[in-house]
Design a protein around this ligand. Sequence first.
Ligand code: BV8
Length: 261
Amino acid sequence: MPAQHVTLEYFPDLPEALVEILAHTRHITVLTGAGVSAESGIPTFRDAQTGMWARYDPMALASPEGFEHDPETVWKWYQWRRQLIAENRPNAGHEALARLQGPVQKLTLVTQNVDGFHQLAGSEQVLELHGNIHRNICSVTGRLIDADWVRQHEDLQPPPSPHHSRGLARPGVVWFGEALDSATLDAAFEAAANCDLMLVVGTAGAVQPAASIPVVAKERGARMIDINPERSELTGLADWHLAGPSAKWLPVLVDKLTAAR
Ligand code: BV8
């Protein structure tokens, strides 16, 4: 069935066929991207970088080469993002996904985001494919560096690592060109292969291997919903494309599913 282009203002409700699916789904796997945090004031990777970061390419900054070349600038970019995240809150979309844990027999929440907003909104067992911006690790050994150490050395940008003489503190995220944690990725693909509904929210579907997760779900027979104001590289796979912001659509979807149970 081709993706139906359902727009919120015309459909204060959801198509009956979709409500029927929601009423009987057993296992939902969700994949979120930067778009789910857009209404929390966190710019997506696609958004033009603002202010002093406008002249930088996030793909270059979020890479080992970028850090190697200019650790201070990369460190400052992450400190700026951490501050932005600290000044903002999860939105109604994050909160709706946290509510989804109740009525659904099995829910697997997989995110490409590093802001920790799903956990802050109350979601448990979040599979963070790309790590978490609030963690710091040693650039040589990869070992965790505790927050006290970073605070004690915050005059140095980045701080040195306590684990290796040539190490520096770097954010505990997966950079472009780095491998994802295999256990996390395996769990995400496992959940995609076994779910009956794949919910894709706020992602351009351009970053691999994350973008292959919904493909596996579809190959294994799951229905798929794509929530995004724009069409993405994954929209064509979806049975329904709910065009519009996730902070509007997700509460509608979760309320309908809950009422149908
Ligand atoms: C790896 C952490 C191998 C850092 C991030 C071809 C095939 C396979 C791989 C590759 C390939 N070519 C290149 C690669 C490698 C590369 C890749 O995929 N490149 C792409 C760009 C082509 N992948 C990797 O390097 C990965 N590693 O492949 O390793 C390997 C194996 C063994 C040994 C060594 C290596 C690692 C990728 C992880 C990169 N790290 N994040 C940080 O955050 O600083 S990814 C980063 O990009 C973020 O996580 C972010 O989530 C993601 C961007 O994607 P989106 O989430 O989709 O966000 P985007 O801004 O793009 O789009 C936002 C969407 O939201 C839009 O569609 C918009 O319309 C929508 N939206 C806007 N507003 C709203 C909304 N939606 C809903 N509501 C709204 N209000």
